[in-house]
Write a protein that binds this ligand. Structure first.
Ligand code: NAD
Length: 285
């Protein structure tokens, strides 16, 4: 039987409706500032979707652009200024940054209370203890998709993540552990040892975030598994995920399409994080 589609677009619309209602309860309209150093094309579409999502919700959005010749110190000065500006609720430093800039130092410089991508080590650390209110957006989006499945209880489930990046795989592993899923993280070395099929075959929950089209074969999927495909790859001008979708959907119980699965929810999560940040800041002021 073909799997049910986990429709990220519809979920994102619902989430944004909730955000809009909560925004109306704040004392003032929150502001989000995105800082871009250079012109990396990978950030352009993310910036456009942030801007669109913010504007649709009536959130103030501003892009501060530094030219590609700007130094790490100049970027830090901008972050410090925004950290100290009470009218700014959320700050994003667009990645990837040029090689001369230490991306970790930049993430750590953003005030944790304004760090709406949860990249500051303090916010990452909160994940360990299970009480984080601001979640890394893509990992949070995967959890929203899982939460949307009626009757799905993660307790004791075999969850397998493929990909151990700081923005997806690692935070997701903590979020799943916090729900008592039996969590395995596979990565490049697992792939190189040829062990991916054996891990995928036992996964009741499978989340793939690699960036290689078709790395997960449909025939490996356990019958009835929930499959979340984070990968975004362009093949012959078409966007596809990391999982062989047509074959996988014949075995899975639920599966995300690419596009239209994780992607739309990631931007919605960013707006949700801004709302949470603004609420916390209002409480503390
Ligand atoms: P990354 O390059 O930082 O990490 C890739 C991960 O894949 C690493 O952990 C690496 O060890 C693992 N890997 C590489 N080759 C492998 C192999 N042969 N076998 C097993 N593991 C292997 O990537 P990322 O930033 O985490 O992004 C991963 C994918 O998710 C990309 O396609 C990216 O475009 C997509 N993405 C989507 C969203 C979204 O909102 N939908 C957000 C972030 C990333």
């Amino acid at each position: 039987m073909a799997a049910k589609l986990l429709d990220g677009k519809t979920l994102a619309i619902k989430m944004k409706e909730g955000i809009k209602k909560d925004l109306a309860l704040l004392k003032r309209v929150p502001s989000l500032v995105s800082i871009q150093l250079g012109d990396d094309p990978a950030s352009v579409s993310y910036i456009n979707s942030q801007k669109k999502a913010a504007e649709n919700l009536g959130i103030n959005y501003r892009l501060e652009k530094l030219d590609s010749g700007a130094s790490q110190d100049e970027l830090i000065k901008v972050i410090d200024r925004l950290n100290n500006d009470a009218s700014v609720n959320g700050i994003i430093a667009q990645m990837p940054l040029p090689k001369k800039v230490d991306a970790r130092a930049i993430a750590a410089r953003i005030d944790p209370s304004k760090d709406i991508e949860a990249m500051n080590p303090k916010n990452m650390g909160e994940l360990v203890f299970g009480g984080a209110r601001i979640l890394p957006c893509t990992a949070g989006a995967c959890m929203e998709l899982l939460n949307s499945i009626e009757g799905l209880d993660l307790y004791g489930k075999q969850a397998v993540i493929i990909g151990h990046s700081e923005i997806v795989g690692k935070p997701l592993a903590l979020l799943l552990l916090n729900k008592f899923a039996t969590t395995t993280v596979c990565h490049i070395a697992t792939g190189e040892r040829g062990c991916l099929p054996e891990f995928v075959q036992k996964a009741e929950i499978l989340i793939v975030a690699v960036g290689k089209p078709g790395i997960v074969k449909g025939e490996w999927i356990k019958q009835g598994a929930v499959v979340i495909d984070v990968g975004i790859n362009r093949v012959n001008g078409k966007l596809v995920g990391d999982v062989e979708f047509d074959q996988a959907k014949e075995r899975a119980s639920y599966i995300t399409p690419v596009p239209g699965g994780v992607g739309p929810l990631t931007t919605a999560m960013l707006m949700k994080n801004l709302l949470e940040a603004a609420k916390m800041q209002e409480k503390e002021s």
